[in-house]
Design a protein around this ligand. Structure first.
Ligand code: GDP
Ligand code: MG
Length: 439
């Protein structure tokens, strides 16, 4: 989807410090990317405003890794926009619980009805009844019956000559008699929203007062899905949305807009044609998908879990006062190793670009073992204050670590350069408290 958004994000990821202009550029790109992804323009406007407010604030600009922080803010806002945990289904005090499926033709109502019945039985040990209230397409009743057979779930139907309202009402009665605790009513759709359809759905709704009215939306329909959702919601007061066909190569924009425009939670996601391919909707996963930057995001997550904030604060203080020791170095290496490939991580370290320029300070991953061994062979005093190092000490360390004196020298040199660099880097940030994931 958002190549554009991705490249903007890449640009600011690893940036040492952002200006207000950077934030402006970035939010403009976010805006365009979201519009391209079929997100409704009103939704985009509000979203970008919130992102900007947060990005210009302390949270991002005073962080040591502003690029990462911005991405985090964007993702959080997207997630928020799609609602938190929402995949609950009503349970009626007086069974059966009635769920009505509505939506345009081809959206996936019939399939999703079957999937939902299967889901309720499997996950919640319920015994649902499906009701065939789409009497307009000759094959519609057959289709639901086939679904019922496949799942071994009963289907209430009266063929294609019956009144849909009567079908719904009688299905509920049968469920009571047969102790089915859920009734899922499959209804008719049209290619476009029309008054007759809405009137009929309203009548069904009035007759059986469903506990849930699920709007089934084809996620491939993009911007149009929002208008459809809006009209269905206006007339039928939808209680939840099911987004289908998310297994396809769809732009995720619809998901964002529907939630925001209708203020209705997206409860489930259809992930394929098979009847077990229904999942609880995951706002966070969807946000990542829309951003299309799973890699970057998982990196942030790694950093968040591995670098605990207190340690990071302490380290920052040490960097500032240049009291960074070999013990700290060792600890940092441990954290770095937990996070994976060094190349990726270099981009997360503030000032990494500068570091890359410094050939001598570059850390070769294969050298990590030696570095670790060398530090571990140092005494406590040596680790705290490398300036006491003399020829004798170096020889002893080289021997203890299975390395050579020149390797020990090289590490000492790298360490001093690093320290110098830290001092420079933190010098420009004087007085500011980093809130982000400092490394
Ligand atoms: P209805 O007209 O709203 O009842 O829609 P149907 O349930 O008949 O579905 C229309 C088509 O979409 C069928 O071919 C389904 O197999 C397909 N479909 C429904 N949900 C999904 C989904 O989540 N993923 C995929 N790939 N296809 C789906
Ligand atoms: Mg159907």
């Amino acid at each position: 989807l958002a190549d554009r958004l991705q490249s903007t994000m890449k640009k600011i990821t690893g940036k040492g410090k952002v200006s207000e202009q950077d934030v402006k550029d970035m939010t403009r790109e976010v805006r365009l990317a979201l519009l391209e992804a079929d997100v409704n323009f009103k939704v985009v406007k509000d979203l970008v405003k919130r992102i900007k407010e947060r990005a210009v604030g302390q949270e991002v600009m005073e962080s040591l890794t502003p690029g990462q922080q911005v991405i985090k803010v964007v993702r959080e806002e997207l997630t928020e926009l799609m609602g938190g945990e929402q995949s609950t289904v009503a349970v009626a005090d007086n069974p059966p619980t009635v769920i009505m499926m509505v939506g345009l033709q081809g959206a996936g109502k019939t399939t999703t009805g079957g999937k939902l019945a299967n889901y309720l039985r499997k996950k919640h040990n319920r015994s649902p009844l499906l009701a065939a209230a789409d009497v307009y397409r000759p094959a519609a009743v057959d289709q639901l019956e086939t679904v019922g057979e496949q799942l071994d779930i009963p289907v209430f139907s009266k063929g294609t000559n019956a009144d849909p309202v009567a079908i719904a009402r009688e299905a509920v009665e049968q469920a009571k008699a047969e102790h089915n605790d859920y009734v899922i009513i499959d209804t008719a759709g049209r290619l476009h929203v029309d008054e007759d359809l809405m009137a009929e759905l309203e009548q069904i709704k009035a007759a059986v007062t469903p506990d849930e009215t699920f709007l089934v939306v084809d996620s491939m329909t993009g911007q149009d899905a929002v208008n459809v959702a809006e009209s269905f919601n206006d007339q039928l007061a939808v209680s939840g949305v099911v987004l289908t066909k998310l297994d396809g190569d769809t732009r995720g924009g619809a998901a964002l807009s529907i939630r925001a425009v209708t203020d209705t939670p997206i409860k489930f996601a259809g992930m394929g044609e098979k009847l077990d391919q229904l999942e609880a909707f995951q706002p966070e996963g969807m946000a990542s998908r829309i951003l299309g930057m799973g890699d970057v995001l998982s990196l942030i997550e790694k950093a968040e879990t591995n670098v605990n904030e207190k340690q990071a604060k302490e380290l920052e203080e040490k960097m500032r006062t240049a009291s960074f020791t070999f013990d700290d170095f060792l600890e940092q290496m441990d954290q770095v190793k937990k996070m994976g490939p060094l190349d990726d991580l270099m981009n997360m370290i503030p000032g990494a670009n500068k570091m890359k320029g410094l050939k001598n300070a570059q850390i070769d991953e294969s050298q990590l073992v030696y570095i670790e061994a060398i530090i571990q062979s140092m005494t406590k005093d040596e680790r705290q204050d490398p300036s006491i190092m003399n020829a004798g000490r170096k020889k002893r360390i080289a021997k203890g670590s299975g390395t050579s004196v020149s390797q020990v020298n090289r590490l000492l040199k790298q360490f001093n350069e690093m320290k110098k660099m830290m001092k420079q880097m933190t010098g420009t940030q004087k007085g500011k408290k980093g809130k982000g994931m400092n490394l």
